[in-house]
Design a protein around this ligand. Structure first.
Ligand SMILES: Nc1ncnc2c1ncn2[C@@H]1O[C@H](COP(=O)(O)OP(=O)(O)O)[C@@H](O)[C@H]1O
Ligand SMILES: CC(=O)N[C@@H](CCC(=O)OP(=O)(O)O)C(=O)O
Length: 290
């Protein structure tokens, strides 16, 4: 009897949650949501499982999710095992010919397949690809001093639309093809922003290992304007890996994405709470018309 009462309480809570979520579910039916899953947000198996469950649930309620992942820490680990040094300039890895080989092996291989498998284990149908597949992302060299680092120049999302139509979840590794047969290493945030802009996505979620963009006092800024981003960057308060994220947010908005959220991907159900409740956390940067 006691058990029954507890069960009823659970159902009432679930029904309440569902009725609160309904307007959000309706708003996002058919929406395209690009999720950047950073290497630092990936965490352990439980965090990966929770992320995969969110993505599958999104798909089940009619959202078209696209995962664009990073994997910087995993690349670092492999480079150090191989005794190759690497350095970062403004959040981007200086990438020579030997490094880009390792980057491709780690991102398109181990990291991409771990995410694909996690989504499939939760009942989704994920397909792993990189920017080199299906003409998705053609790049130009960002800056000769960075070596094989690419800036997406021509993004053709046709292959992603085909996967949406087939009910599949694309999982994209941030590598691009050069115009002369090169392989380019693309910062994961930059790749996610370019894919989101090409798709004119409804939301770009940049998952990381901090609650959002912090100001000088260490508080998360819940809504950020472009001017505030520029101010915090010039003051050195937005630094390191946060620079490509905020630059990406501005470029994505300029490219037609409706809103970008920078949030902690390790928090349980981070993506679902962000999309389907009022309790979303993180820093929101939105297009003036959104
Ligand atoms: N103003 C800021 N607010 C929040 N984090 C910041 C800020 N400036 C720099 N950071 C750093 O940026 C990091 C996120 O970037 P990064 O480590 O590249 O993440 P990811 O691997 O998830 O892409 C945070 O862990 C934090 O140390
Ligand atoms: C050019 C560049 O810096 N590429 C990144 C690609 C991976 C990435 O962006 O991973 P996170 O999202 O986990 O940081 C790198 O080599 O580390």
């Amino acid at each position: 009897m006691k058990k029954q009462t507890a069960m009823n309480r659970d159902w009432i809570a679930t029904a309440r949650t569902l009725s609160e979520a309904l307007p959000y579910l309706q708003r996002y039916t058919g929406a395209i949501v690009v999720i950047k899953f950073g290497g630092h947000a990936m965490g352990d198996d439980a965090e990966m499982e929770s992320f995969a469950r969110d993505v599958v649930l999104m798909r089940q309620v009619g959202v078209n999710p696209v995962v664009v992942h990073g994997g910087g820490p995993m690349i670092n680990e492999m480079l150090s095992r191989l005794g190759v040094e690497s350095e970062f300039v403004r959040g981007k890895r200086v990438t020579d010919a030997a490094t880009v080989e390792v980057v491709e092996m780690v991102l398109s291989g181990r990291v991409n397949k771990r995410i694909v498998q996690a989504i499939n284990d939760q009942g989704g149908r994920a397909v792993g690809l990189s920017g080199k597949d299906g003409g998705l992302m053609t790049c130009d060299q960002t800056d000769p001093s960075l070596g094989f680092v690419g800036t997406p120049a021509d993004v053709n999302p046709a292959v992603l639309h085909k996967l949406f139509e087939a009910g599949m979840i694309p999982v994209v590794a941030p590598l691009g093809a050069g115009r002369n047969g090169e392989t380019f290493n693309v910062n994961g945030d930059t790749a996610a922003g370019a894919v989101a802009a090409a798709l004119k996505a409804d939301r770009l979620l940049l998952l990381t290992d901090v609650a959002g963009v912090k100001d000088a006092s260490g508080e998360v800024v819940t809504e950020l304007s472009p001017d505030h981003i520029r101010e915090l960057t010039e003051a050195g308060i937005i630094a390191g890996g946060m620079i490509p994220k905020t630059e990406t947010a501005l470029a994505a908005i300029a490219g037609g994405v409706r809103a970008v959220v920078i949030l902690d991907g390790r928090a349980p159900n981070a993506c679902l709470l962000e999309l389907f409740t009022d309790h979303g956390a993180g820093s929101l940067i939105r297009a003036p018309r959104d």
